[in-house]
Each structure stands twice: as C-alpha cells, then as structure tokens.
Design a protein around this ligand. Structure first.
Ligand code: 9D3
Length: 239
C-alpha cells in the first residue's frame, strides 16, 4: 500500500510512524508512507497555506489552491509511475467526517492500494477543495482536537497493521477483538498471585476448551457491561 500524507506539520509524524509495527512494515516494503509539506505547493513569498474565513469568524481556513496543486501533482505522479493503477482514495481528516471504525479500516486496507490523506487544521479546509477532490471525510471521534494530524496517524496505524506481512503470523492469524463485535477477555501474566489477587483457576487448568468457553463468556459479559452500544448492535433482539 502507498500512503501519501499531506500536512502543514510533517515533523509531527516522525515519532509515531517510526516505531513498532508501522516501522517494521515500512522496512519490509509492506507500505510506502510518504510525507508531504503542503507549504511546498504555495506560491507566495510567505508560503501561506491558510487565510481568514470569508464572512468572519475566529481561526484560519486552509486555502484551496495549494491543496488542489498538491492533489493534482500526487495523482499525476501515481499515474506516471503506474498508468493502469486504480485512482488513489483521497481522505480528509475532519470533525465533519464519517466515524472511523474497524469495519471501515478493514475495507480500506483490503480494497485500496493507494490512499492520500489530507490533514485538516485550524478551522477547516476551503469547501471547494472538499467538493472537488475529497472522496472520504474521516473523524476519529466526537471530541475536538487541534488538527487532523493525530487522526491521520491513527488511520495509518489502523490500516498498516492489517496489511499482509505487517504483523508476525502468530498474531495475524487471530481475529482482533471488535471484529466480531465483542471486547477482549481479561488477560494475565506471571506471577499467578499478585498482592493477594489470583489468576482465575480455569486459565491454569490447561483445559483448552474450558478456557475458550470462559473467555467467550467474559467477552460477552464485559461488552454488555462496559459497551452496551456494541452489545445492542450485536444482539439487537435482546432488549
Ligand atoms: C468541531 C469544531 N469546529 C467548530 C468550532 C472547529 C474545529 C476545531 C478543530 C475544526 C477543526 C479542528 C481540528 N480537528 C480536526 O481537524 C479533526 C478531528 C477532531 O478534531 N476530532 C476527531 N477527529 C478529527 S479528524 C480531524
């Protein structure tokens, strides 16, 4: 997968995309992540990528023209490199976007070879660019962040770990929690006793079928108690 990230703050990405699974996936050639500084597509001497809002209002708006130029160049480069490749998906991180969830990350990682992520910032992006070029607006949740950079990193992490070859085979064989609509069961490690608290006996029993049955019960009980919203979606008839 190719991921182009367009941002006014490319330095923000250096830590998170250079650690752990994403780092290894990049080294293994599973994903090609390219960072682009939007200011490189500005033409004025101050390299201005944002401006005041028409109609008044606090906060700056990202200008359309640098975004159009950047978008057109990234798509032209992709076409020059591989004319037969499908058009990249252009994603804008935005509080107005569709909420990211695991079903959507699954779909994007399986179906898209090339994603361009535009990071919104300030009070948003000139609507003419959104109308003209954006295929999908994505939010990571109903809380206000200072920009779309962290959401872009969240999206990249969620996508990359699903790509074939990104995770060791032992881990990737397992379905993730949430993909079947349930939270994880509780987990424990050594020692078996900590501050008077014991690991549940069943986990020490060696009885594989009982352990699996216990874990499923725990997952159901926890989902019902901690995430009634998920539980209702999974068991709509339960009342
Ligand atoms: C909803 C708030 N907006 C109206 C007052 C202004 C505004 C605040 C913060 C507009 C953009 C932003 C920056 N946030 C993002 O770009 C963003 C975001 C978020 O804030 N929360 C969850 N997901 C996302 S994706 C992009």
């Amino acid at each position: 997968m190719i991921i182009d990230i367009v941002t006014l703050f490319p330095e923000m990405f250096e830590g998170p995309l250079d650690e752990s699974i994403v780092k290894r996936a990049r080294q293994a050639g599973v994903v090609d992540i390219r960072l682009h500084d939007l200011r490189e597509w500005t033409r004025d001497k101050h390299r201005k990528a944002d401006d005041e809002m028409f109609g008044g209002g606090a906060g700056l708006v990202m200008k359309a023209e640098p975004l159009f130029l950047c978008h057109d160049e990234l798509l032209a480069r992709a076409r020059a490199h591989r004319p037969e490749a499908p058009k990249p998906l252009v994603v804008l991180t935005s509080p107005q976007g569709q909420l990211l969830n695991q079903a959507l990350t699954r779909r994007l990682s399986a179906e898209r070879e090339h994603v361009v992520v535009i990071c919104g910032h300030y009070k948003g992006v000139d609507e003419r660019f959104v109308e003209g070029c954006v295929d999908l607006e994505l939010s990571i949740g109903d809380y206000v962040l200072s920009g779309g950079e962290l959401p872009a990193m969240v999206l990249v992490d969620a996508l990359v770990r699903l790509l074939p070859g990104a995770i060791g085979s032992a881990e990737s064989a397992e379905t993730d929690s949430l993909e079947d609509g349930l939270l994880d069961a509780p987990v424990y490690t050594r020692p078996a006793s900590v501050r008077g608290r014991e690991v549940p006996d069943v986990l020490l029993s060696g009885h594989h079928a009982r352990i699996e049955a216990w874990r499923l019960e725990q997952r159901q009980e926890r989902t019902r108690r901690k995430r009634p919203d998920l539980w209702k979606r999974k068991m709509p008839d339960e009342g």
